[in-house]
Ligand binder design. Structure first.
Ligand code: UGA
Length: 468
């Protein structure tokens, strides 16, 4: 099938490359000339597993790049709209890019097409897209608007796309649903997975991929409600972690206990310094705004956001309780990205904390396996960068772990201890076992678990997380 994907951001680029890998002919459209030139030249603008492989497999053959939206629409049966929907000051999604794409494509529709929302958009967007296309003179029998939300996570975007828990297609006509069924047929029939060059199947996925067909509005809501629910799960466990700290319980044990209930499940129950990234913060706010507009006061979501912000403040209080005054203190920081496996620093809780600590007068040397360049481009002066975790720790008064990179969970603890001026680790991602850390000579603070100290540390030095 010929497919146009409009917007070469995270979702558009990954979707375009994956559609090509499924055997479709894809035109990826963007109006940013520099981006297009870079993609045509073989550059890969985002840090994403398997994406370089897919781009080099299909670039120039099944995957082409263009700035001519109308031509791409004319050539395609399905047009996936994956342009940005940034938050406005009031927390709503700004849909002006979606509207302008809808306006522009209407002039190019002369036979039947499905216009598919791929960006995360509020419910009713499909109605508006339909209205805009009609208003610009398109024959109503020549198109349908559908919603096909994306559930990919940064860092595992390609495998999330190709091995999804489910594919949701929201269509109000059988004709549109059939086109989208065809688009995903290699995944739903399982034929993709039989190919020798298929991207390898990750753990915990089942194939073939199930497809859920809904109305367009339901699909729009599924996306917002899914992200809001996952954010709620994280805030819930962060709130439980705070209670664990107050009473001396261990949040890992609590997570294991509640996550073993198959109705709850163990995933997205990792406490930490709160969720960040380009999706959860924006989508929870947008869903809150959508609900308000629809006449429902979704206050639960306010609380989800409040707990998330509070989690960062609690971590700052923990740093203070470990180090007392902060001015002039030298801190090593591991992690700048909003989560492990990505170079994305948008709404990163790690960066928020780094900024707050710099403002308090700390001197920070940070290391991140992928996000240092991006941080350097956007961030505040005064932050130093290191070439490794050990270099970040060298001579520091304490080490802070702020992103859940796998390599940070496997450090040589002896070496780390030697590098630090004081063997204090404040872990915002619970990457280590407190007892192991204490046995290795560290004073170790984490989230939702009691602080641990090496044997023989005098009581006066044991200022636990309880005070945080
Ligand atoms: C999220 C959703 O997980 C995807 O399903 C969705 O498609 C995507 O948003 C989107 O709307 O485009 P993503 O933002 O890439 O994906 O990252 P997540 O893995 O969900 O992590 C989000 C944040 O929550 C990170 O800051 C992470 O560190 C934090 N988190 C995650 C926790 O604090 N605890 C957890 O247990 C899980």
């Amino acid at each position: 099938m010929r497919i146009a994907v409009v917007g070469s951001g995270y979702v558009g680029l990954v979707a375009g490359a994956c559609f090509a890998d499924l055997g479709h002919d894809v035109i990826l459209v963007d109006n940013d000339e520099r981006k297009l030139a870079a993609l045509k030249n073989g550059q890969v603008p985002i840090h994403e597993n398997f994406l370089p492989e897919l781009l080099s497999r299909h670039r120039g053959h099944r995957l082409t790049f263009s700035d001519d939206l109308q031509e791409a629409v004319r050539l395609s049966s399905a047009i996936f709209v994956a342009v940005g929907t940034p938050p406005t000051e009031r927390g709503e999604a700004d849909l002006s890019y979606v509207e302008s794409v809808a306006r522009e494509i209407s002039g190019a529709i002369s036979d039947y097409k499905v216009v598919v929302e791929k960006s995360t958009v509020p419910v009713y967007t499909s109605e508006w897209v339909r209205k805009i296309i009609l208003r610009n003179g398109t024959d109503p029998s020549h198109f349908d608007v559908a919603s096909n939300p994306e559930f990919l996570r940064e860092g595992t975007a390609v495998t999330d796309f190709l091995f999804p828990d489910r594919i949701v297609i929201g269509c109000d006509t059988e004709r549109a649903a059939n086109i989208l069924r065809q688009v995903y047929e290699p995944l739903t029939s399982g034929s993709y997975y039989e190919r020798s060059d298929a991207i390898p199947q990750p753990d915990r996925t089942s194939i073939p991929a199930p497809i859920i067909v809904t109305t367009t509005k339901s699909a729009e809501l599924i996306k917002h409600a899914s992200n809001a629910f996952l954010a709620m799960k994280i805030s819930f466990i962060n709130a439980v972690a705070s209670i664990c700290e107050s009473v001396g319980a261990n949040v890992n044990q609590v997570c294991h206990g509640i996550g073993s209930d198959s109705r709850i499940g163990p995933r997205f129950l990792n406490p930490g310094i709160g969720y960040g990234g380009s999706c959860f913060p924006k989508d929870v706010m947008a869903f809150r705004a959508v609900a308000r507009e629809c006449g429902y006061d979704f206050r639960l979501l306010d609380e989800v956001m409040r707990i998330n912000e509070d989690q960062r403040d609690r971590f700052l209080r923990k740093v203070r309780s470990a180090l007392w005054t902060l001015r002039g203190k030298h801190l090593g920081v591991l992690g700048l990205a909003f989560k492990g496996g990505t170079d994305d620093i948008r709404e990163s809780p790690a960066l928020f904390l780094v900024q707050a600590l710099l403002q308090e007068g700390c001197k920070i040397t940070a290391y991140d396996p992928a996000a240092m360049e991006r941080t350097q481009e956007t961030m505040v002066s005064g932050l130093k960068f290191a070439g490794s975790a050990y270099e970040a720790a060298a001579g520091a008064d304490a080490l802070l772990i702020l992103t859940e990179w796998e390599e940070f969970a496997n450090l040589d603890l002896n070496r780390l201890n030697q590098e630090l001026k004081y063997p204090i680790v404040i872990d915002g991602r619970n990457l280590y076992d407190p007892e192991v850390m204490a046995a290795q000579g560290f004073t170790y603070y984490s989230v939702g678990r009691a602080a641990c100290h090496p044997e023989g540390v005098p009581a006066a030095l044991r200022n636990g997380a309880k005070k945080a």
